[in-house]
Design a protein around this ligand. Structure first.
Ligand SMILES: [Fe+2]
Length: 358
């Protein structure tokens, strides 16, 4: 067992690493991320993640499968992740940041009704050695943000909490045959009630401020998919007024350079929407340990990646700042480091031709 002074020392030891990445004038060039890591399975993917030499790794949720209200059990499940040799190598190689999804929050498809959300948040933030004073602490939920790199090449990483404040989604009550006929996975349908929420009032007010901070590329990590919305899986599409608000908030803040990253669905794909102030892209990477080809084959008319990749995977975002217009490459990588798809983005395209007159 580690004593409390021991834990404090560990936190202190980690702080310079995270702070160094945050304050270094060197721009971020390689950001790896992933989701859905079952602590009861082998996790060979970490060797490929470390070999890709990322500047950062971002967990976007289902980082463990806790699914419990027993906090001692939840800690024990985090300890299993912490003991994975590959994960330990990752921690030596680069800073690790995290937001959460339902299973690590504590309950499948969970939300604001989960009674242990505060306790679970503390366990999660402590496990990932989030320092005291971090933007992820000091409020309900685990949302937070960081900015890396020098002016002109700044990457803002916004970690959303889509669980602590989430209202109940609406169940799909259609027959199994009807759902199958439409090629849906089929659990939920859009909830038109404007009183329902995903982010909650405080997180919305915080996000509005964050999107006004200067940055060239803004990576917004949402555990659930932002753009793909037809399958009936959990997604922002289940709360259409909240997604409209997200796009409107980006427009009102005149926030350029937005790229969403997400997880949760057990396959990887890139989706694009024309409903924002400029084309918005969502890079979904899932899962680190296991995948679901059946869910991957369900409908997504927003998909722009060559495939929906349903093998254990991580996402790699490479940024070439040397081009006149920086180029961003969105790669689904397999456990051997192989590239399953690579979607290119021109950073200059992540803004409208002109913002409307104020
Ligand atoms: Fe999930």
């Amino acid at each position: 067992m580690i004593s409390i002074p021991g834990l404090a020392l560990l936190a202190l030891a980690f702080q310079p690493l995270a702070a160094a990445a945050q304050e270094a004038p060197v721009p971020l060039q390689r950001i790896a991320f992933g989701s859905c890591a079952n602590q009861n399975l082998d996790q060979p993917v970490w060797d490929a993640v470390v070999a890709a030499k990322p500047d950062l790794f971002v967990f976007v949720g289902d980082n463990i499968y806790a699914d419990t209200e027993d906090m001692a059990l939840m800690k024990a499940k985090y300890a299993k992740l912490g003991a994975k040799p590959g994960y330990r190598k990752l921690k030596q190689a680069c800073p690790v940041l995290a937001t959460w999804d339902d299973h690590d929050f504590g309950v499948n498809d969970g939300g604001a009704w989960y009674p242990k959300r505060e306790e679970s948040a503390k366990i999660m933030l402590d496990f990932f050695e989030v320092p005291a004073g971090s933007s992820q602490r000091g409020h309900a939920g685990i949302y937070g943000a960081h900015v890396y790199g020098p002016p002109g090449k700044r990457v803002q990483l916004i970690l959303l909490d889509t669980r602590t404040f989430k209202s109940r989604p609406l169940k799909d009550t259609r027959s199994k045959e009807e759902i199958k006929k439409r090629n849906l996975v089929g659990w939920y349908v859009p909830n038109p009630d404007p009183a329902t929420t995903l982010l909650g009032a405080e997180q919305w007010a915080w996000l509005e401020q964050q999107l006004r901070q200067p940055a060239e590329l803004r990576i917004i990590a949402s555990s659930i998919q932002v753009i793909a919305d037809e399958k009936g899986m959990e997604s922002w599409g289940n709360f259409p007024h909240e997604r409209q608000r997200l796009y409107r908030t980006i427009a009102e803040a005149r926030a350029e350079g937005v790229l969403f990253i997400s997880g949760d669905v057990h396959f990887s794909e890139v989706s694009r929407s024309a409903d924002g102030p400029y084309p918005l892209t969502d890079f979904t990477s899932s899962g680190l340990t296991n995948s679901n080809p059946g869910w991957a084959s369900a409908v997504n008319s927003h998909r722009v990646s060559a495939t929906a990749y349903a093998e254990p995977t991580f996402g790699l975002i490479e940024i070439d700042w040397s081009a006149a217009s920086p180029q961003v490459s969105l790669q689904a990588r397999g456990v051997k480091g192989q590239t399953a798809f690579d979607v290119k983005l021109d950073l200059a395209a992540l803004r409208p031709a002109a913002w409307p007159e104020e």
